[in-house]
Design a protein around this ligand. Structure first.
Ligand SMILES: NC(=O)c1ccc[n+]([C@@H]2O[C@H](COP(=O)([O-])OP(=O)(O)OC[C@H]3O[C@@H](n4cnc5c(N)ncnc54)[C@H](OP(=O)(O)O)[C@@H]3O)[C@@H](O)[C@H]2O)c1
Length: 297
């Protein structure tokens, strides 16, 4: 069945007694968040709906009054709106200000408050799966787009041992490294070149993949499989039903490897807590998300 997607100017009237939340993005039809969030609200006994809303790039400011008029009490936002949403929130918390991005909005009588739950959601996932101490990790992060930047800010805020950044457009990695580097967590840019990335990988304990590579069939591996050395952990922010080629290559070498479905779960659980001010029913959200994704988390 084709997923239901709404346009901001064609939203149905809110139902009396039912709270309204949603996810804004473009494209948005593929989003697994409605199944996960509606299961979360149901487990808390809160009548609520969670809609997919398609908003084209640049269309956020015009869409906001329509969302408010249609009774939304909060929303998530994803590609390509996280940075624009930051600029449209009169109030933001420290996590949003650190990366200048917002993925969760709480509508208040006084306005809107923006949060970023992606970094903490990612850390919840690795803590749950690996019990990893970030302070000991030398990290190589591939991709300095929205997710890569958020994770880079999170890693430096939480203090990993060393952070190397590589991005296809190398100037972005250089600028971000200059902005983030500190005595507590040295950050350096690595040129987007197979030899340089291979060297950086050999000096890393954790590889984080934050480009879209692996999403489309036939995408090349972001690093050669033979470079995945014993002692390396691999986190691929991209997820799909059959796992990405990077995750499959890592697991074939018996290396610990996780994909971003767990990050999606945990950032969503944190968003639900912000809206309801109650602990998120993680087990129910996990089951619903796994069912929607067609595999376990
Ligand atoms: N697990 C989760 O909860 C979660 C949440 C959001 C996104 N994601 C995943 O993260 C991926 C990135 O999302 P985003 O929001 O960061 O996207 P984005 O802002 O568009 O950034 C994409 C980044 O990937 C690089 N890139 C794009 N195509 C590439 C290619 N063919 N080869 C090498 N590098 C390439 C870009 O480099 P340039 O700067 O050179 O363009 C940029 O750094 C998405 O595809 C999605 O699957 C996961």
């Amino acid at each position: 069945m084709k997923p239901l997607v709404f346009q901001p100017d064609a939203l149905p009237p809110a139902l009396p007694g039912k709270k309204r939340y949603g996810v804004l993005g473009s494209p948005i039809a593929h989003s697994l968040s409605p199944a996960m969030q509606e299961a979360g609200f149901a487990a808390l006994g809160i009548p609520a709906e969670y809609l997919r809303v398609e908003i084209p790039p640049g269309g956020l400011a015009e869409a906001l009054p329509r969302l408010l008029a249609a009774g939304f009490q909060g929303w998530n936002c994803t590609l390509p709106h996280k940075e624009a949403m930051f600029g449209l929130c009169p109030e933001t918390d420290a996590t949003a200000r650190a990366s200048a991005t917002v993925n969760t909005v709480v509508v208040l009588p006084s306005g809107r408050r923006g949060h970023s739950t992606d970094g903490d959601g990612w850390e919840d996932h690795i803590a749950e799966a690996w019990q990893l101490e970030l302070a000991r990790q030398r990290v190589l992060l591939l991709g300095c787009g929205g997710v890569g930047r958020t994770l880079a800010f999170h890693l430096t805020r939480r203090g990993c041992r060393h952070l190397r950044l590589a991005n296809r457009t190398s100037s972005k990695a250089t600028q971000l490294a200059e902005k983030l580097t500190s005595k507590q967590c040295p950050v350096v840019a690595v040129p987007w070149d197979p030899l340089e990335i291979s060297r950086a990988l050999q000096a890393s304990d954790l590889l984080i993949q934050a480009t879209p590579l692996g999403l489309a069939t036939g995408d090349p591996l972001p690093v050669s499989a033979t470079e995945l050395h014993p002692g390396l952990r691999i986190y691929d922010t991209v997820y799909h039903r059959d796992f990405t080629p990077l995750i499959r290559a890592a697991r074939a070498r018996h290396l610990p490897a996780l994909d971003g479905l767990g990050m999606l779960l945990h950032q969503g659980a944190r968003a639900l807590t912000l809206w309801t001010e109650r602990p998120a029913p993680l087990a129910e959200m996990r089951t619903a998300l796994a069912q929607a994704a067609g595999r376990s988390i």
